[in-house]
Design a protein around this ligand. Structure first.
Ligand SMILES: C[S@@+](CC[C@H](N)C(=O)[O-])C[C@H]1O[C@@H](n2cnc3c(N)ncnc32)[C@H](O)[C@@H]1O
Length: 307
């Protein structure tokens, strides 16, 4: 866990300040417990304790694999939109491998990028005060050679590459997680059609990470948040919303990634449709105030009061 990559990353680009700010403001006993988990914990526990590099990928990939397993699926595909030099994509591959070992669900990784960096900005909605044409170029050949077999790159503007890619997504290996890190409003508008395929091409709740919603200048009228708001208006049965009550479900509450974690709700997924969502068993609510007995089914014609 505490290898050279982790330490190097922690002390680069002022990241240690973020780690200290987020982590030292958490209760002491949880940080002490973390030391034990870092040394002896399982992968799942490390994800629960926010100990993986890029928790924003570790959490949703594990969530997706668990959800796939519950649905009887043995494979998912996870997507990163906006790859640049590929640090995030390579990290995603490592996390996919760890998650695969933990859950037994096979995870394919696909990265999308122009390959030549940012296109021109449209207007103020693209946050030109932060991003500009040509930012974040990729060394395609170096990255291609460094990627493990589970990963591949789809090169070109997303508005051109998504339709062909979506046509290849199989229902027995649906999309399980989407990271949107294309910076601009206009690029996010072109990325969100990845969520307009057939319902079975997704998990019913597909985590979506929005990387560029945390700058001071980002708001619901520009950037990725505006693209999401417009998508939600246009799509009656697909909604992208903040991941429900995620902060209250996490051990460490101050982590910034929590505020960037969204979920795509596929409301017309078969598991969310009354005719196909039926369970064999009825749901029961235990009443701990009564001595619990298996409920007695009323017999046809029996007198209810005397039953
Ligand atoms: C900030 S970088 C991504 C960083 C990467 N996710 C990481 O964690 O290392 C944003 C990337 O989005 C890509 N991008 C922006 N608009 C795009 C578009 N319309 N089509 C494809 N790629 C796009 C750019 O080429 C750029 O490399």
């Amino acid at each position: 866990m505490l290898n050279a990559y982790v330490l190097g990353r922690a002390f680069s680009d002022g990241k240690y300040r973020k780690i200290f700010r987020e982590r030292l403001s958490e209760p002491l006993h949880l940080n002490l417990l973390s030391l034990g988990v870092a040394l002896f914990g399982s992968y799942r526990t490390k994800v629960e304790f926010d100990l993986m590099v890029r928790q924003q990928y570790a959490f949703p990939v594990l969530f997706a694999a668990d959800a796939a397993k519950k649905l009887g699926l043995s494979k998912i595909v996870v997507l990163e939109f906006g790859v640049a030099t590929g640090a995030g994509l390579m990290n995603l591959c490592q996390l996919a491998e760890r998650t695969e070992r933990e859950t037994g669900v096979t995870i394919e990784v696909v990265g999308f990028d122009t390959g030549t960096g940012m296109p021109p900005a449209l207007d103020y909605r693209d946050l030109p005060e932060y991003f500009q044409e040509g930012d974040f170029p990729m060394d395609f050949e170096a990255l291609r050679q460094a990627l493990p077999p589970r990963a591949r790159l789809v090169i070109g503007p997303v508005e051109e590459t998504i339709p062909d890619f979506l046509a290849t997504v199989m229902e027995d290996a649906p999309i399980g997680f989407i990271s949107i890190d294309v910076d601009y409003y206009s690029s996010a508008v072109h990325t969100l059609p990845i969520l307009t395929g057939r319902p079975e091409q997704y998990l019913p709740i597909t985590p979506v990470y929005l990387d560029d919603v945390a700058m001071d200048g980002a708001n619901p009228w520009n950037g990725e948040l505006l693209a999401v708001a417009e998508f939600n208006v246009a799509q009656p049965l697909r909604k992208v919303a903040p991941f429900t009550l995620l902060r209250s479900k996490r051990i460490f509450k101050n982590a910034g990634w929590i505020d960037r974690m969204y979920a795509a709700h596929i409301h017309n997924h078969p598991t969310r449709t009354p005719a196909t969502a039926k369970r064999a068993e009825k749901a029961l609510i235990r009443n701990e105030y009564l001595r619990y007995k298996a409920p007695i089914q009323p017999q046809p014609g029996s007198n209810r009061a005397g039953a």
